[in-house]
Design a protein around this ligand. Sequence first.
Ligand code: CP
Ligand code: NVA
Length: 315
Amino acid sequence: MKHFIKETDFKAHELPGLFALAQSLKQGRGRHTPSSLAGQTWAMIFSKSSTRTRVSFEVGIHELGGKAIFLNKNDIQLGRGETIADTARVLSRFVHGLVVRTFDHDELQQLADFGSVPVINALTDLLHPCQTFADAFTLAERWGRGGDLVGSLRGRKIAFVGDRGCNVANSWILGANMFGMKISLAGPAGFDAAPEFDQLLAREGFAKGYEFTSDPYEAVRDADVVYTDVWISMGKEEETAERIKVMSPFTVTPELLAAAKPDALFMHCLPAHAGQEVTQEVLDSPRSIIFDQAENRLHMQKAIMATLAQSVHAG
Ligand code: CP
Ligand code: NVA
């Protein structure tokens, strides 16, 4: 049985099939009724706010023929101290899959270890793999039109500017290495990824798989994509004043985007804070593909759920 806790839970040889499935689900949406989750119920346990992830999963489960139950962590006994292990064991008796958004990445691993149904990472402090895969699909749709979707990513360069230690940056380091892309990150010192992430990178053989610079112009040189995320991730609100101060040289401006390749695209996982990590002009520019990214969360997550559900039957 398969989980999707980190990007590398999918192996390189599985990616072309996954991307092709996302594409066919997108093209057939509203015309064909897939039944990959027919008769199934999936629980969504969220400890943090969400617009895109929550709605795309609820809609996606419905469109695959299943039913979603949304559980705010504080509404279930987990929020009052019931163990993760018991929660996983109990929910596995009722539902066919778990979609989880939480703080501590290890909680997710425990749910997978003690439960007996597929677990999907809907964002932790460490990683946001559904975002990376939907983003990569968004790029592949443009670059690999009519041909090799996954192969079209190979050799491209992505520049991540801003909070270079956040979950989306970490996920893109893993993703870039899997997709054969180069990644260069620019951000202020002192906001590095958690040591847990370095250990994960080393285990995956990607320890040297990124460049880091404190100069955003150096990071975006020859980049095909300029990517940013909020400076104050969920759970970091107490550091707001300090983060705004030290990250202010890292705003993605029209000038910075112009220093990338002439046809470079701008990406942001959203929600955006215009005037902080990016200007409104960049968000609104023709280079910005932020809403394609958001839409593709739905199609890619449907493909991921269908694959995981099938893995249960495969044993
Ligand atoms: N990008 C993303 O995960 O958005 P939400 O926090 O709205 O789910
Ligand atoms: N880094 C952001 C991503 C939101 C989708 C956060 O964790 O809040």
